[in-house]
Design a protein. Structure first.
Lengths: 247, 298
């Protein structure tokens, strides 16, 4: 988080993109956007746009990777070369390797992998445009794609990042706020079960600030969860209508 | 791509039941209480050729950190600061599960957790590592070498990193008239560690929170939380690990316990460094008493 001379929050507490501290960016979600995948989702938070696709459960090769009592998950979080301000090499960075791991571990908490022993469920995530909060947007999209693929889960996962900018806790930080701020705390959660599956903190917070940030994240995650459910419902409503037309 | 591990040793269900039933009566397999940490022993300056180093035992877990400082280029956004690089290698001699080859996701994760805890709060004075502002700076390589994996690699690595950095001396690089960077005799002085940063990990097994988990406890845990602190109790980083989930109340309890553990680590480090420095002071006095002839040959 380098220095920045731009004022990120004005005297009225309004952020650089016009939001209030506890306001998330405009969210859009759609599912079933890719023909070939069993499930897919396109999710954006402001300018951050992520596409996720699910293949499987399917046979894993080589076979020795599989587990006798459950499915394995294979997750790739990847940023498109054109997603960032300066072109990003498509080769995986240390950051992408780590984020693939934390996203996989989060999804493993939600998927009933024991229903599909000796198979793999592959989840591919492409960040098409990055403007902060890409891992939580990715997690939200991946969970939606799994639901779209009809894979049984304990709950959907929704995520959001809370940041500390100019000493103030703000919700759903964008890139400018991330690079000019003092902390970035992504949270992923199964909202209906009250279970946190992803938690990271980059930067510094007092323990009181941490608790407050956690409360802000959970509140926003519940809102995002409603949009996820609405998106899935709309898809099935559409399918029923199409069926009616055929009849 | 991150894949569900399939090579982990299967900790049999019975073993998990044993661990949980012991926790119910406030005990652990190795005789510790839930909030107890294993024995710590630290050897500062273990590698003479490095600019700073430390060997840390945390129970049977063994981690060596070596610091090397070399000339390099600054980051474009921080032209008047040196560069801090934190890297981790899980070498195959440390565990039957480690394979030769490039670092895997666990090694990257560990390195990035330690890196983040130092970077954002600017724990190291990187301004002292500049040779020609905007052109040539010193790059500090903090290489974490895991030598024996018996669980809780993060805390052992955090301790080894802190001690190595506190013992690091800055080599005497200077720009010559022709613009070349030359290394002169001796050192410019010690690296300034502005904030002591430490990371403490707590695992959740069933309804219990345990400090400093062993490898076996890590495998049966629902999830782990590593929290980095500065010595004054500010949270400097955090990472939830493992494929399970935690409730908000779990996280609050785990943060509190990890702060207790972090303070214990810091106390241990302070007392070990103090006695080490006293001893080496003593040695220096002895050396200055010896004949100058001998010193030259050395």
């Amino acid at each position: 988080m380098g220095k920045s001379n731009i004022k990120l929050i004005d005297e009225n507490g309004i952020r650089i993109d016009g939001r209030k501290p506890d306001q998330i960016r405009p969210v859009s979600m759609s599912v079933g956007v890719l023909k070939n995948a069993q499930g897919s989702a396109l999710v954006s938070f402001g300018k951050t746009t992520v596409l996720a696709a699910v293949y499987g459960p399917r046979e894993a090769l080589p076979r020795h990777m599989t587990l006798p009592d459950r499915a394995i998950l294979r997750v790739r979080y990847h940023m498109a070369p054109f997603s960032t301000t300066e072109r990003k090499s498509p080769a995986p960075t240390r950051r992408e390797v780590e984020l693939s791991k934390v996203i996989r571990e989060s999804l493993e908490a939600s998927v009933f992998t024991e229903l599909y022993p000796r198979t793999t469920i592959d989840i591919f995530i492409e960040v098409l445009q990055a403007d902060g909060g890409t891992r939580t947007t990715s997690l939200t999209a991946a969970s939606l794609a799994l639901a779209d693929a009809g894979i049984p889960m304990r709950d959907l996962i929704a995520g959001v990042a809370v940041g500390k900018v100019e000493g103030m806790l703000v919700l759903d930080i964008n890139e400018a706020e991330d690079s000019g701020g003092q902390a970035d705390m992504p949270v992923g959660m199964m909202p209906n079960l009250g279970k946190i599956v992803l938690l990271q903190l980059n930067g510094s917070l007092s323990r009181e600030e941490f608790k407050e940030a956690m409360k802000m994240a959970i509140k926003a995650i519940k809102e995002i969860y409603l949009i996820q459910k609405q998106t899935l419902r709309e898809k099935y409503a559409k399918i029923t209508e199409e069926e009616r037309e055929v009849e | 791509m991150s894949v569900t591990p399939s090579v982990y040793p299967l900790v049999p269900k019975i073993q998990k039941e044993t661990i949980v039933s012991l926790l119910e009566v406030g005990k652990r397999a190795d005789g510790r209480g839930l909030e107890d940490i294993r024995k710590i022993s630290i050897v500062p300056d273990y590698i003479g050729k490095s600019d700073g180093s430390a060997l840390v035992y945390l129970g049977d877990t063994l981690v060596l950190v070596g610091v090397k400082i070399e000339p390099g280029s600054p980051y474009p956004d921080t032209p008047d600061e040196g560069v801090l690089m934190i890297n981790a290698e899980f070498v195959p001699l440390a565990s039957p599960l480690f394979e030769p080859g490039p670092p895997d996701e666990n090694a990257y994760e560990l390195a990035r957790i330690i890196d983040r805890s130092y970077r954002e709060i600017k724990a190291i004075e990187l301004k002292d590592l500049v040779i020609i502002p905007g052109q040539k700076v010193l790059v500090l390589w903090n290489d974490i070498y895991v030598l024996n994996h018996s669980g809780n690699l993060i805390d052992a690595s955090a301790m080894a990193t802190l001690v190595a950095l506190m013992r690091t001396k800055i080599p005497n690089y200077e720009a010559s008239e022709g613009g070349f960077i030359v290394k002169k005799e001796g050192y410019k002085g010690g690296l300034k560690v502005k904030k002591k940063v430490i990371t403490a990990t707590v695992a959740k097994i069933g309804n219990y929170y345990i400090a400093d988990p062993t490898e076996e406890e890590e495998y049966v845990s629902d999830a782990r939380l590593s929290v980095s602190f500065t010595e004054d109790g500010v949270i400097a980083g955090m990472q939830k690990m493992g494929p399970g989930s935690l409730e908000e109340k779990d996280i609050d309890a785990m943060v509190e316990l990890s702060w207790k553990v972090a303070q214990r680590y810091l106390t241990e480090i302070d007392s070990i460094l103090k006695s080490f420095e006293q001893k080496s002071e003593g040695r220096k006095l002895e050396e200055s008493g010896s004949s100058p002839q001998e010193k030259k040959e050395d």
